[in-house]
Design a protein around this ligand. Structure first.
Ligand code: NAG
Length: 386
């Protein structure tokens, strides 16, 4: 007899769904990194007076696709320097980057894109685009990407494969971590998905370690299971249940030592695929007054929660039916479990004839299966029973 597990599985699934929403929200926030809206300033020329002859509309499609672009840093006294993978700029200084191509679009750290406080200026010149960021702070640390645009008529699209990028640190003597508006961040640990703790330092020289809040201990960073990237934070490559808990990063530089915000890691057994339910009615033809039950079964990965929902003919008239849910181990062939929902129809009436649909859902998706039940009028003479 499989153990009844009504509340437990529901609760865990609800919690799981909440986390998924949180995760999707996070992804949206992350996604903004790569979607740069066209800044209204783009294309505003600063040397209009210098070239009064150039008034021809430049609406012709740019016919030749641009080559791989590159970013150059404009230094003081008219010096230029081609940027490498990373760059450090002293806070308070002005950052000036040139990107070859016309037109191009920049992608800047999300925080800069959201709060347009007038420090960022983007100007398209004849052969290159200039990004200027004044009064810089540690919070400006992040990736700066320049995308050449391929245009046909008025339609432009980013040429992702020709983008040039540079990660820029703004070492802030007061803030070793890029400031965050939150005190903590919820992070879902999925069984088959690398997880990043995005504690971003403002200086590439900072020594960063990882800690667990309870029991208080430093977390070993071996470079394989957990690794650190100065441009990203810590990555847990193959999350396991024991990684869950509250973690935080500590950065040290000179005599300064600071903690990051807290990361609340919650482990979720993330399924490999949506469930594959199987539905079966105890009888395909049932007489009025008899009992019927319809069983929906999913055999899948262990500790992956499946939620069942039912649609049945008596639903519209509010016929109250009952379900019994259960989870049991499946022996053999690796750790698998059988989740089952049984819809109980006591004393069948005529309204119970029709299609019964069971939808099984896990964090990867949902699948529905149906079966049809015929109801015979109450037999005047009792049906023979075997
Ligand atoms: C940059 O900082 C200076 C000095 O604090 C200030 O006067 C100026 O308005 C700031 N510029 C911008 C664009 O915020």
């Amino acid at each position: 007899m499989p153990p009844l597990n009504l509340c437990g599985s529901k609760w865990r699934l609800v919690l799981g769904s909440l986390l998924v929403s949180a995760l999707i929200f996070e992804l949206d926030a992350q996604g903004q990194k790569t979607t740069l809206r066209t800044k209204p300033k783009l294309g505003r020329s600063t040397n209009k007076e210098a070239k009064p002859a150039r008034t021809k509309p430049k609406l012709k499609p740019s016919p030749s696709p641009q080559a791989q672009t590159s970013i150059t840093q404009v230094l003081k006294r008219g010096k230029f320097q081609k940027v490498g993978e990373t760059l450090s700029v002293q806070t308070g200084e002005t950052l000036e980057l040139r990107c070859r191509g016309k037109p191009v679009q920049w992608s800047v750290p999300p925080y800069l894109e959201e709060d347009d406080d007038g420090r960022l200026r983007i100007v398209q010149q004849e052969r290159y685009n200039v990004l200027t960021l004044v009064n810089t702070t540690g919070a400006d640390t992040g990736e700066y990407i320049c995308y050449p645009m391929f245009c046909e008529d008025q339609d432009c699209r980013k040429e992702y494969n020709k983008a040039a990028k540079v990660f820029i640190f703004f070492p802030d003597p007061q803030e070793l971590f890029v400031p965050s508006s939150n005190y903590y961040e919820m992070i879902q640990l999925r069984s088959n998905w690398p997880t990043v703790l995005p504690c971003q330092v403002t200086s590439p020289e900072a020594q960063v370690t990882l800690y667990r809040e309870f029991p208080p201990a430093q977390v070993a960073v071996d470079g394989t299971e957990i690794s650190f990237d100065v441009k990203k934070g810590f990555t847990i490559h193959r999350p396991r249940p024991f990684h869950a808990g509250v973690l935080y990063c500590v950065a040290g530089l000179g005599s300064l030592r600071q903690s990051s915000i807290k990361y609340i890691l919650i482990y979720v057994n993330y399924p490999m695929a949506p469930p594959a339910p199987v539905i079966q009615a105890s009888l395909s033809t049932v007489a009025v007054g008899e009992n019927l039950h319809v069983t929906c079964t999913v055999v899948g990965e262990q500790d992956v929660n499946v939620e069942f929902t039912w649609e049945y003919p008596g639903q519209q008239i509010g016929r109250p039916l009952y379900t019994q849910e259960s989870i049991s181990r499946v022996s053999g062939g690796g750790p698998r479990q059988q989740s089952q929902s049984v819809l109980l129809v006591d004393e069948v009436r005529d309204v119970d004839k029709g299609t019964y649909t069971c939808t099984a859902e896990n964090l990867q998706g949902a699948k529905s299966v149906s079966t049809t039940v015929k109801v015979l009028p109450k037999a005047k003479t009792k049906r023979p029973r075997i």
